[in-house]
Design a protein around this ligand. Structure first.
Ligand code: BGC
Ligand code: BGC
Length: 841
């Protein structure tokens, strides 16, 4: 590793220098890409079979073969009618249903598609369909699956061999659903930790990503040139997202990666080199742009580089409507993407129009027939290589529908091991760890007994918002793991999220961190953890003030600035997003009953840990590299002088942060510590989940303004008082904001104008309520168009101390009304658009 690191260090410096005058040479080709020898060589028999089949196919059949609709939007009959080549289920779309499905339901659905695809009664060539799914950290769409740590935690293990096992287990568990192809591994090399997909990346260091990509592919597909390749316990892997996904400016999801071609190759390309050399057959194109141009339309990268120079003979699948983002394209039509080299189009719902338009483009000569033939050849080649034509119907396959292969003890043991190895110990003052289990242990923190929280995004639901531990049958929360160890040693354990207790504990383990999020909703503005209200810090301090030693188990999808929380803890463990096998944490925190060490910490940071909130671009090998904890850091029980002095807590030298940053309340999702609710006389329902929620007098749906689920539509039925409420878990002090003329701002669409009085109410602590009348304001907003609206906070009260304890904002009316709300925040803004002064209210 040493030499590799040095080499990498130099490369980065050189790249840094190149980057300085990169503008002119950035997209100049002539950069040499490696030619990769795939171990899955072209097979004459397969190639001949493909050619014969292609000759018999009509244009309609060929174009159908290139489509991948989403299972919610296509029936088996349509699969037959349109000769569809593949389907996928998106995150949280469980066998096409929102909610749970049994394995039998999955397999039945897979069978229905399969039989439709091979039905040749209309004279079409029978070609088995394949189903793709996001098994990103275990078979995370299937209830009861083993959920592994997200990639960021796996990266900390530095254990490529274990990665192969993880890939294999994930393949087997996915096979229980009758699915054939999994959209993993992600080989993004994330360079800006603001990105909401940072946790899907193994490391900021391309070498780690490279060392992992191959074993994961091997685990999923089996080893090329051995009988394990595509054996019945294996399926199709998919490397993604090609190329530059982890390099976008400001860490913006689907954003723009400004980089030279050399940088693309040497940083972002590394995972592909090893994955293709292991025999990966599918590459997913990336949503991001490269120097301003969407990769989905970039022929140089998709065809010249990947297929020609690197010699990739599998196929390229596009990402979810990614083609529609190419300049001049829509979801329904995009010859550019196909011409650029997309072979299969992931087109969830608009596939009928896309088929018609693609056929038309071929007829018009906008897409050469040779391009279609090449795309279909690649798809059929892969289907044959993986044995799809010989596997039979999903229900006939060995693992389909078999619960004994889902979440089995053996599989969970692999996950538990990976949890242990992924933990990174950042602080261990006075060598407080490992703990004796024979004492009184308090387990606190909101995430302690919450497997969904510990699993993060892409788990059961798309954004990872789950209802309770019931979503994880046979899974173990971190608390449950601790409880088992302590009780076995005759110690005592008490669980209290808030950090209260009935008997003073000898030690407290506090489990907290980022709530689940996924793509589109997980980007952040800087790396400060809970900057507005340090909710969890209060728990730590409360314990510390009572003289109780505190061990923090911090869950997060990226390194964050947590100096205050570290200072308030005697020991601090970065546990990432460990998944369903929480015992792995207790395995390492506690020693054995006889006092001997059980497992040591072995995890090492695969991402540099920031010293400042604005150090989001902080990568090993940077010039002036100045982390708090360097890449590769991680204490063990062998380290003796582990005492860490108090870290600076002052953020004033963190110049870039404006004194008062906006307080985001609902931006993409409810932003901590805020929660959203609908309420009427029947009760109060949380609407954090993207599922529709309904009470007697009020309803809420999630809608898409810019990205999916970033707005809420609320319908007041008009027969009784009902409210939309944004409430903070901990009161927020907005007094300084009011002094600086802050506004409560939002984007609003009025679908049905109010008929009775509408009030905006502020809850400001015990017995304190203030409100203004919004009726006229809402009536004047033009119907149906998104309109910015901002209300000066001091309209609610002229005394700024009223805002010391802001607890909630509520919009209420007894009459009917329908609104869509997005981007709700308190901010100091000079923007006059939609600004209401108090006189107008
Ligand atoms: C799907 C995800 C998909 C996302 C992209 C969601 O509705 O469930 O799988 O990645 O949309 O827009
Ligand atoms: C994501 C992919 C994912 C796909 C299907 C996209 O939005 O970027 O990583 O595989 O959805 O869910």
């Amino acid at each position: 590793m040493e030499t590799i690191n040095k080499y990498f260090f130099l490369t980065v410096i050189v790249l840094g220098l190149i980057a300085c005058d990169q503008k002119t040479d950035s997209q100049v080709s002539g950069v040499e890409w490696p030619s990769i020898q795939s171990p899955i060589a072209k097979d004459k028999t397969i190639e001949n079979r493909v050619t014969e089949m292609l000759e018999k196919m009509t244009l309609e059949e060929k174009v159908g073969q290139m489509m991948q609709p989403e299972v919610r939007y296509i029936t088996p009959e349509q699969v037959k009618q349109f000769h569809i080549g593949s389907v996928l289920n998106g995150g949280g779309s469980i066998a096409g249903k929102d909610g749970y499905a049994t394995l039998a339901e999955w397999v039945q659905r897979a069978d229905d598609y399969y039989y439709a695809s091979v039905d040749d009664s209309d004279g079409a060539v029978p070609i088995p369909i394949f189903w793709g799914t996001d098994s990103m950290h275990g078979a995370s769409n299937i209830i009861g699956a083993t959920i592994f740590p997200h990639n960021i935690g796996l990266g900390a293990m530095r254990n490529p061999e274990l990665m192969e096992k993880i890939g294999h287990v994930t393949a087997i568990e996915t096979l229980t659903s009758g699915v054939d192809w999994l959209f993993a591994p992600t080989v993004a090399v994330v360079r800006n930790d603001r990105w909401g997909r940072t946790y899907e990346s193994f490391s900021e260091n391309p070498e780690v990503v490279k060392s992992y990509a191959a074993p994961v592919v091997k685990g999923i597909q089996g080893k090329a040139n051995t009988p394990s390749l595509f054996a019945e316990d294996r399926l199709l892997a998919n490397v993604k997202h090609f190329l530059g996904d982890g390099g976008t400016q400001y860490g913006i999801d689907q954003g723009n990666t400004m980089a030279s071609e050399k940088e693309l190759r040497d940083i972002h390309g590394q995972g592909y080199f090893s994955a293709l050399a292991e025999g990966a057959q599918v590459v997913m194109a990336s949503f991001n742009s490269w120097n301003g141009e969407k990769v989905h339309g970039n022929k140089h990268l998709l065809t010249d580089v990947l297929k020609n120079q690197m010699g990739f003979d599998g196929f390229v699948v596009s990402d979810w409507n990614g083609h529609g983002q190419v300049k001049g394209c829509s979801n329904e039509s995009c010859p550019q993407a196909i011409n650029a080299g997309i072979d299969m189009v992931m087109v969830p719902s608009d596939w009928q129009a896309l088929i018609a338009n693609t056929i038309e483009s071929v007829k018009q000569g906008d897409i050469p027939m040779s391009r279609i033939d090449d795309a279909v050849t690649r798809i059929l080649r892969v289907k044959m290589r993986m044995g799809l034509f010989d596997r039979g119907a999903p229900s006939q396959r060995k693992f389909s529908g078999k619960y004994e292969f889902l979440g089995s003890d053996e599989h969970r043991a692999v996950a538990r091991q990976s949890v242990r190895e992924s933990l990174v110990l950042l602080k261990n003052n006075q060598n407080i760890l490992p703990l004796s289990a024979k004492q009184k242990v308090l387990v606190a923190g909101p995430a302690a007994d919450d497997i969904g929280w510990a699993s993060g995004g892409w788990t059961v639901t798309w954004q990872g918002v789950t209802d309770s531990n019931k979503d994880f049958p046979d899974g173990t929360s971190i608390y449950q793991g601790i409880k088992a160890v302590v009780e076995q040693a005759d110690g005592q354990v008490e669980l209290n999220e808030a950090g209260n207790f009935s008997e003073k504990p000898d030690v407290a383990i506090v489990v907290y961190g980022e709530k689940p999020y996924a793509e589109m909703q997980g980007d952040i503005k800087h790396l400060g953890y809970q900057s507005n209200v340090h909710v969890d810090l209060k728990i730590l301090n409360k314990l510390k003030d009572q003289g109780i030693p505190v061990v923090s188990v911090f869950l997060s999808g990226r390194p964050l600035w947590v100096n205050k929380e570290i200072n308030a803890s005697d020991a601090f463990v970065a546990a990432w997003l460990p998944g369903s096998e929480g015992q792995g944490v207790a395995d390492v925190l506690f020693s054995r009953v006889n006092g001997e060490m059980n497992y040591d910490f072995s995890g090492k940071l695969s991402f540099s840990w920031p010293k400042y909130r604005h150090q989001e671009i902080l990568n090993w090998g940077d010039e002036n590299y100045d982390p708090l904890f360097a890449y590769g850091f991680g204490l063990t029980y062998q380290d003796k002088n582990t005492n860490l002095d108090l870290l600076p807590e002052d953020v004033s030298f963190d110049k870039d942060v404006a004194q008062l940053e906006p307080v985001d309340i609902f931006v993409g999702r409810p932003v901590e510590p805020w929660q959203a609710y609908i309420q009427d006389s029947q009760g109060k329902i949380s609407i954090r989940n993207m599922l529709p929620e309904q009470s007697t007098h009020i309803q809420s749906f999630s809608e898409d303004k810019t990205t999916q689920g970033d707005s809420r539509r609320v319908i007041w039925q008009g027969d009784a008082l009902a409210s939309l409420i944004f409430e903070s878990e901990q009161s927020v002090n907005l007094a300084q904001y009011v002094k600086q003329n802050a506004v409560l701002s939002a984007d609003v669409r009025v679908l049905t104008k109010p008929v009775k009085a509408v009030s905006l109410q502020l809850d400001c602590g015990e017995g304190c309520k203030k409100s203004v009348d919004l009726t006229e304001t809402l009536k004047q907003i033009p119907g149906h168009v998104w309109t910015p609206l901002s209300i000066e906070l001091d309209c609610l009260s002229s005394e700024s101390n009223v805002f010391d304890q802001t607890e909630a904002f509520a919009i209420s009316t007894e009459g009917s009304m329908e609104l869509v709300v997005a981007n709700l925040r308190v901010e100091i803004s000079d923007d006059q658009r939609g600004r209401m002064s108090c006189d107008a209210l």
